[in-house]
Design a protein. Sequence first.
Length: 373
Amino acid sequence: MRFDSWKQPGYLRGLAAGISLIFLIIGGLLVYRLETDARGAGSGPVSVPATPALASAGQLGRAFAEVAKRVEPAVVNINTEQLVRVAPDPFEELFGLRPHNQKLSSLGSGFIVDPQGYILTNYHVVKKATRIRVKLNDDRVLDAKVVGADPSTDLAVVSIRASGLPYLRLADSSKVDVGDWVLAFGSPFGLEKTMTAGIISAKGRVIGTGPYDDFLQTDAAINPGNSGGPLVDLQGEVVGINTLIASDSGGWQGVGFAIPSTMASGVYHQLTSAGKVSRGWLGVGLEEVTRQQARSLGLREPKGALVTEVDPNSPAYEAGLRSGDVIQEVDRKPVTNADDAVRLTEKLKDKKILLRVWSHGGSRFVVVDESNK
């Protein structure tokens, strides 16, 4: 063997290939070591195995199923009948057809709040009904009567003659956060025992339905027939009452609204005890503060409720409120707009209400005795 054989072309090519292979192996080992160290140190991207993610999805589905088992027995289907006076069109009048009563039926949902047979639903589900029938989860169908209704919040309580019923608890909806999972129950399109899942998309939605707009927004599917059904958290407690959808087609388009359970709870207790809802009353007219008004009043930003008029026989007048004042707080809670002032005030029926008011370029506190009216 000649030691100068490396100078031969075939030998050189083989040697070069061997050296390249060695460098590739060493480089691969270095890269592997660097990636391993990076993962151990918590720096750099780390791929997540598919199995734990699938397990989490499975666990969530299992949680949904467990909630359904707890909630469905307390959800009811509400069938109403209504007599409507129908006037014939001119063509029908030619054949002697006169105005007549026509029976209309509608479907909605509700849920049992008390084992003695109290059911919470939407007012528009039972509005002007001449007959109300409730179908329970065990397929019993019972006649129901309206205990009380509150058109301002679109809530109503009906009762059935039964006892020992499964029921749901009204949770504190103020503790719900955007992104929390929720489940909607009811009878969309008459399809009983339907559950849909989604999240809380937004809170405090004002959509122009009245002075007590304060809706939870959800992407859990809500459709006609879901009205009055419960929106529950993963503990099976009610955080909202399914009420409205935002839709051009009349069906679900990803935006639904539910009355917060905290508001519903106060209305429910008044309806079951008195048959009606009484609210706090200041005796003032309110409107939003515009940017131009904020500048003229010396406010930094257009927030608060502008007093436009004061009833001379009202608690507000006796306390010293006057047109042009801006209510900034009610009972130490900030007021962003006129709706805030109305909602906060109505909760303080027959109590003394502490208001922080912007007046004549400065803030002052006013105590309104709401019971003095």
